[in-house]
Write a protein that binds this ligand. Sequence first.
Ligand SMILES: [Zn+2]
Length: 534
Amino acid sequence: MTTTETTTRQIRRAQARQIHRAQARQSQTEQAQILTEEIMAQRTAPAAAKAKALTLIKGQLTDAELQAWQADYDARLQTIHQCPEQNLGHIEESLADAVKEPLRLLAERAAQAKANATTCQCRTCQRPLTHRRQLSRVIDSRFGPLTLWRDYGRCPHCEEWQFPADYALGLAKKASASPYLQEISALLVTKMPAEQAVPVAQRLGLDLSRCLLHCEAHRQGLKAQGRRAQSLAQLDTWSDIQQLASHTEGPPTQPFTLVIEIDAWNIRERDDWGQTKELLLQGKKLERWHWVYMATVFRLDHRGQTAGQRSLISQRGYVATRLGLEALTAQLYREALQRGLAQAQQVLIVADGALWIWKLALDRFPHARQQLDLWHAEEHLWAVAHDLYGRGTAEATAWVTPLLQQVRNDQTLTVIATLAQIKPRLLETQQEKLQTQIEYFEHNTHRMKYKAVCDAKEAVATGTATAEQIQLANQPLGSGAIESTCRQYQCRFKRTGQFWTTPGDEALMCLETFWRNGRWQELYPHAKSSAALN
Ligand SMILES: [Zn+2]
């Protein structure tokens, strides 16, 4: 091999290496270029979406979207048509499914248009916001997640950053639920535990997690408590009380009696989560059971009977609180004013023998007539009968029957005399028990006036009642209305293995009470009708 040949080969190799290197460099450059383009595209895509969103002035679907939607449900309905085993249920389900995405798009665009139309000014002082920028957020809605862009800025006067569009749309600062989902979470969780509400919501076409339901319902409960506090603040000034007292619904009516029934039940709470052991070691006594105070208020002329002789109250107010007697008293007084306390010819308070109830009655409703629940009075007599003659015996029934009649005839003093007569014949332990019962009747004698109502009821049954008796017969002898309400609340708040915390149960009970009082719309202005159920 000559030197020249060697040199030429070396040169060729060197050239090949150079070309290879150049190619590699070019490929690297191309790759980098592609990557850069991708990154740029990724950046510009949201920027384009943002620009498009922020100029939207109307929520609508394009012609292409509408056609695609129509084609989709045509195909779905055709499939159902061809399958003999599929019924109207399948049509309902399939159409609801088909409509979800178009509605989601419409909702997203309509909300965006509303956000765009919102003036970027301070909601407190109405000054324009400075340092304006845009930020997106995702909202969970009835139709699925919606991405929204909105302006925000700072009010130099109030020294606060604000998102005016969020306020206009009814969105919370740190929670993703739309107003409809806020309401549905509140409604579901007041009726059933969150874990049960998840599959129920899903069947209704709503994908809600247990966490969203639970947290949102609690937040809504706190909102309801805030609203309740506002309405209670009306009791702080004389002019507000006057205004509340003069409030009457509809035209002036016949004189009426306002009935107030009061009761209480126990709720199981665990206030010191995770610290139980430690607190017990420190010798602290842990209270697990707490009182929930409840009351109901209604006008006697709003009480009637169903064809099946069941009493029915068309309009009534409810009060429920775990925050003590003072809270109950204020809430009950507010509710009574709302329901016609100032217009009522007579106020009747019906309850069992609990002392705190009569103290409250005397304090807040000093002119009200107090009535002991007849069935409680009878239970006390039955207790004596069972103690003397044994539970379920004919002797017990024979002994108690005339006494029960005396109670209905307003002859409580005769009953007390009978009890006092038999006392010396008893054993010492029996005497003590009987003495308690005697005192019960002595303390309540003035609250045991049932005769007029019993006579009126009988007159109505025999068709001989006067107009006055017809009205009187409607008067409740017991506090069954509040007792049934207590049971209904307990169905939700007193389930096996359930523990509550005070903030947790009070918030949910407050929500439930707004629902029952027909004031749901105060919390959710979009909810057209609100329930007022017995
Ligand atoms: Zn301001």
